[in-house]
Design a protein around this ligand. Structure first.
Ligand code: SDX
Length: 381
């Protein structure tokens, strides 16, 4: 009779604080409330660089020179196009299908029409890095246009990939303040250590499955309300609070019923999420200029009440909701925008896993029965 080889060992629920691998892509300092992208503080990057510069840093290990950025920018924008069959698939998706489901399905469809999807050579994988980030953004923009019965918008070679994403999604050019806000929104969502969707992508890559497969895994994982799906639920919560004077009783009611306040708390941060600090600034500015000042006032009051009642802070999803809402992004797309940015981080981790791989396969503590005797179906009544 075999015995449980894990006898006496207790599983670590949620793998909390378990070091599951090494990475250069980012470091989350939960004690000091800092996020580092390959050596750079994200707040400094948000202030002095653009999303595509940090994509370059995540993939190639250093910030680009001006000429490197110019050619990288042009490569990304030139890949913002989809096989016609994938656009047809997007058109065929049921109107009620969630954008994250359409995105996940479209990425899987891309693998069938990408002649290099099965080519795992370093050169092919590098080309797929650029192509997949550009195509994910294009899928989301085209999906919204098609579902709004609007014509799809081709990218403007004069804009970078972030500005093009907003232009192709909304059908109108962003102004300078919108460009800055949206670029920082993308930059802040790019990577975040071994979060659930990134770890899922690395598990898929560790089997030597291709990049499209790892990306589909990550998108499916991000959708959950405990992860990237929280931003959409933050907006639903804000919709239920008509006035700032209602906040205290609403939050107290949620907490009294043991409900989680979406957009708050974090597995790693024990202090304020540095991304929330930057997004709070943009939420206030964009809500005021969009005549939605009450939305920001309600959000800020929620933050004060939750901190006072539960001692927990807003995470990246809380103010991301009002920033996206004020930019005219419908809430059902909030998580797809998170996915668009995090595609850069996911693919950086996939490449890192390929470069120094060992199949990720943990063990488990067996708690089932032992030595049960089979009774043939004829005798089982
Ligand atoms: C993201 O991992 C990442 O890095 C993720 C992410 C990234 O960039 O990839 O940062 C993005 O996913 C942000 C998180 C988005 N999710 C939400 O906003 C959903 C609401 N938050 C949670 O459910 C929760 O905070 C988690 C899931 C984010 C973290 O949960 P943990 O680490 O498992 O903590 P826990 O559930 O054990 O909670 C610890 C205590 C509990 O109190 P007790 O029951 O022990 O008394 O804190 C309380 C919880 O009740 N708590 C909350 C709460 N979050 C934690 N109470 C009310 N509302 C909340 N949101």
């Amino acid at each position: 009779m075999s015995q449980n080889d894990q006898e006496g060992k207790a599983p670590v629920r949620g793998l909390q604080d378990v070091v599951a691998g090494e990475t250069r892509v980012s470091y989350v300092d939960g004690v000091n409330g800092m996020l580092i992208y390959n050596g750079y503080d994200v707040r400094e990057l948000a202030e002095h660089t653009t999303f595509d510069e940090v994509v370059y840093l995540s993939w190639y290990g250093q910030l680009p020179t001006r000429s490197e950025l110019a050619s990288f920018r042009a490569r990304l924008v030139s890949e913002m196009r989809l096989p016609s069959q994938v656009i047809s698939m997007i058109r065929l998706a049921p109107a009620g299908a969630h954008p994250m489901d359409v995105l996940r399905t479209a990425v899987s469809a891309l693998s069938m029409f990408d002649p290099e999807s099965g080519d795992m050579s370093p050169a092919a994988n590098e080309r797929k890095l650029v192509r997949l980030l550009a195509q994910v953004m294009t899928i989301i923009a085209d999906m919204h246009r098609v579902r709004s019965n609007e014509s799809v918008v081709s990218p403007d070679p004069g804009l970078d990939i972030g500005d093009n994403f907003l232009y192709m999604f909304r059908g109108r050019q962003p102004d300078e303040e919108e460009k800055k806000a949206f670029d920082q929104l993308l930059l802040l969502h790019l990577d975040h250590g071994f979060n659930a969707s990134t770890f899922a992508a690395r598990v898929t890559a560790s089997t030597l499955a291709d990049m499209h497969a790892a990306l589909a895994t990550a998108i499916g994982t991000l959708k959950g309300s405990l992860h990237g799906g929280a931003n959409e639920r933050v907006m639903e919560m804000l919709d239920e609070i008509d006035h700032v004077d209602m906040v205290d009783s609403y939050i107290q009611g949620m907490l009294d019923n043991g409900k989680r306040i979406m957009g708050f708390g974090h597995r790693v941060y024990r202090v304020e999420d540095p991304r929330a600090r930057v997004l709070r600034h943009w939420s206030e500015r964009l809500c005021h200029r969009a005549a939605m000042a009450d939305l920001y006032a309600i959000s800020h009051r929620i933050e004060q009440v939750v901190l006072a009642q539960k001692g927990i802070y807003p995470n990246v999803d809380f103010y991301s909701a009002t920033v996206q809402h004020a930019l005219g992004i419908p809430r059902q797309y909030f998580t797809t925008l998170f996915a668009a940015s995090r595609t850069a981080g996911w693919l950086a981790h996939v490449m890192e896993q390929y470069a120094d791989n060992r199949l990720i396969r943990p063990t488990s503590k067996y708690i089932g029965g032992w030595n049960r005797k089979v009774v043939p179906i004829a005798e089982r009544g």
